[in-house]
Ligand binder design. Sequence first.
Ligand SMILES: Cc1ncc(COP(=O)(O)O)c(C=O)c1O
Length: 374
Amino acid sequence: MEVQTAARALEAGGRSVVHMEIGEPDFPTPEPVLAAAREAMAGGDIYYTSALGIPSLREAIARHYRDHFGVRVDPERVIVTAGSSAALLLTLALLVNRDDQILLADPGYPCNRHFVRTLEGETVGIPVGPESNYQLTADLIGAAWTSRTRGVLIASPSNPTGTMVAPQEMRRIATEVAARGGILIVDEIYLGLTYAGQPRTALALSDSLFVISSFSKYFNMTGWRLGWLVAPDAAVRDIEKLAQNLYISPPTLSQRAALACFMPETLSIVETRRNEFQARRDFLVPALRELGFGVPVMPSGGFFVYADCSLFGMDSERFCVEALEATGVAFTPGIDFGRHRAEDHVRLAYTIAQDKLREGIRRLAAWLPSLRRP
Ligand SMILES: Cc1ncc(COP(=O)(O)O)c(C=O)c1O
């Protein structure tokens, strides 16, 4: 966010900036979703809904799991939330008591640490790198488990690395966590945006996982603040009570709009956009490698590349500042995502059109040779 602020300040001063720091799709909300919102608004029926979300949307989400992932999910287990942020917060609020530990990958999505801390729990960041696809494994989880560990939170695909947990490893993880009496939470917010064959949801593994998702990324609806959670049966009532108290209901207009997400027209729009993200990735990763960035694992989902910039002879925070000043290309330092080798990494987002990505690479290619290499 601070890089973005600095980049916007440069722009306000007349500089041209290539934004590779932005963590949301550049595509507008699909037209059928806008049309559904306009219709709902004209009807004026914008009251609170059930804290669990409107039943037709919960059913549509359950059908989506059946049609696209081949998994049967009872709509009663689907809880619509104010973004996946609220789904994460509700799940953690239900599970985390004071001093409980939640295991996370380092690097990972930073808000999770803050959610757990707000709840007086503690996160344990487990260092991950290319050897495990920048993801947790059953062995890493087993080795980090203590008497205070309550559960594990995994994002697959991950922000910032774009890498995924292989289905067989996710199965081993679910077994390991269950054997230790813990809870597994899987954040699948980027699961719709994957580029390596048909993605698999962790819901296929067990009914006792918490699976988090969102309309923000795949459906290009970040500002509508709508996501969902699939919870074990036994947790639904408690989650409902928490949601009622914390925010009463998810946004009504957004829910009515989101009903149009599962129409064939909308799915065809977002699938075309997914292909565009893949084309951007296929350009960007080889181009970064050519410039000397380390990208040892091809990211297979989301819209991020977590690149090793240690070859350029300065820590990643300084590298971000200097790159922005020298070239007008903005990206994010690793320190936002954890501690493990954070000073060696930057996150680049391909949430801009291919011509802008090419321009960013052209500017970096002109600047990087001037840096003194150690
Ligand atoms: C891994 C991950 N989880 C959750 C979120 C929260 O997204 P939202 O609340 O818009 O669904 C983000 C946002 O960038 C994310 O990257």
